[in-house]
Design a protein around this ligand. Structure first.
Ligand SMILES: C[S@@+](CC[C@H](N)C(=O)[O-])C[C@H]1O[C@@H](n2cnc3c(N)ncnc32)[C@H](O)[C@@H]1O
Length: 275
């Protein structure tokens, strides 16, 4: 009897614990992000899902890629990439957003491919990414730019709305449907470094690089030919000198490729960095 009498009180205490625990769990899992909420360096605004898809399309993201979203918010870009069979990772400063993104990845059944970490993007190593996605601000992009330019040539970088200053994008797309704000995306491809002096056969190639373009001169047999149409697409270079078209692949301190004259005569060429 005494036991029975005590039971209601005990039940009430147990009930209190249970509801407190449930309340806590709800408070954790029920975290509702608010558009415009404070972030460390930029507030949270989600990218429209159609633009997320567009950004990954522009980057030609495929299963062999590794996508990293800098400031990953609720995880939508990482999760969308994972649903395409791509390993993807989000770096996000706000711990509530990180937990939300992890729960979203579980809900979408892609927690094996979509991972998230709570960290400051400015103190993180994202050099392994082959596709980098951003929805930050131009001044934050500019802080990241020197780090991005040291990434593996060919790395694709896609930014929602904000630019990289005077680094001109390869492509810009605008969505007029399925997106009401922040509907523009820009794509850049990290260029190989070609700036400097290269020995090319008995001649010398001097290149002045500005991001994915370059100018300069080819000096051979005491003839100076200016470089025109110098472009770098990841590791691939193309340029024209003395009416000869050159294409090549940069591999650190050497470039190897082929050339073609106006008359169609083809030849192989090689250049090595250093005068
Ligand atoms: C504009 S939102 C973009 C969210 C997501 N990438 C998207 O496109 O939907 C920017 C995100 O960056 C996060 N953030 C701001 N400063 C950060 C920093 N220093 N390190 C990591 N995340 C940061 C914010 O908390 C926010 O979730």
């Amino acid at each position: 009897m005494r036991l029975l009498r005590r039971l209601p009180g005990q039940l009430a205490v147990v009930g209190l614990f249970v509801s407190a625990a449930l309340g806590l769990a709800f408070a954790q899992s029920g975290f509702e992000p608010r558009i415009g909420q404070e972030g460390k360096d930029v507030v949270w605004v989600p990218t429209a899902q159609m633009l997320v898809d567009k950004m990954l399309d522009m980057a030609k993201a495929a299963p062999q890629d590794y996508v990293i979203d800098l400031g990953s918010g609720d995880g939508r870009t990482v999760i969308t990439a994972a649903k395409r069979g791509i390993k993807a990772h989000g770096i996000e400063y706000n711990p509530d957003m990180v937990e939300l993104a992890k729960r979203n990845a579980v809900k979408e059944g892609v927690a094996d491919k979509a991972t998230f970490v709570q960290a400051d993007i400015f103190e993180s190593d994202f050099s392994q990414a082959t596709v980098l996605t951003l929805f930050l601000l131009t001044d934050l992009n500019l802080r990241l730019r020197p780090i991005i330019l040291k990434m593996r040539p060919g790395t694709r970088v896609v930014s929602n709305s904000f630019t990289m200053g005077d680094w001109i994008p390869e492509q810009t797309a605008y969505l007029s449907q399925g997106c009401s704000s922040f509907c523009r995306a820009h794509l850049w491809i990290v260029p190989a470094s070609v700036d400097g002096i290269w020995k090319m056969g008995t001649g010398e190639l001097t290149l002045e690089q500005k991001y994915q373009t370059f100018t300069g001169k080819l000096v051979a047999d005491n003839v100076v030919a200016p470089i025109t149409d110098g472009r770098i697409n990841g590791e691939r270079v193309t340029f024209t000198a003395a009416n000869v078209q050159y294409t090549g692949r940069v591999n650190g301190n050497s470039i190897e490729g082929g050339s073609k004259t106006l008359e169609g005569a083809e030849a192989a060429w090689k250049a090595t960095r250093g005068g």
